[in-house]
Write a protein that binds this ligand. Sequence first.
Ligand code: BTN
Length: 156
Amino acid sequence: SWGDPVPLLLGLLAGLMSLPFQCILTGLWRNELGSKMRIQEVKGDGTFSGEYNTAVSLARRPIQSASLNGSQHFDEAGQPTFGFTVNWKSFSDSTTVFTGQCFVDENGKEILETMWLLREKAKAPHGWEATRVGTNVFTRIKRQNVDESVRSDGPQ
Ligand code: BTN
């Protein structure tokens, strides 16, 4: 006999519930600076592109949307590492690379934990001041597109 099915079913349910929800990079994200990015569809080989709307800048020209290109792993645990480059050519000579990992917390909330390096255009080689480093944590923006959310933050 199989005995009482209730413990078995409860065990199965607990197992299913503890399965980590998979992190999907595709979508709209905001970091603690208020910067927003949209990651478009991730291709089969893990590469992706998107756009970045930074909330802050060290450039003289007014901030514009910038394109990003990156690549992610597909891992069993659904907590993939990734990297992407933002080319700020629309308003700045700088380039930023981000590397990070997607995690899901106990409430099923996804976060992108990242570190970045920003290279500012230097006049000559060996400039110690030309590269900045930092961290950013991104959370998902729901049901809003980047243009709308940028507009609603700006002066009316
Ligand atoms: C520039 O200032 O030359 C271009 C904009 C740089 C914005 C940086 S990239 C790292 C950090 N994270 C953000 O969301 N914005 C800043």
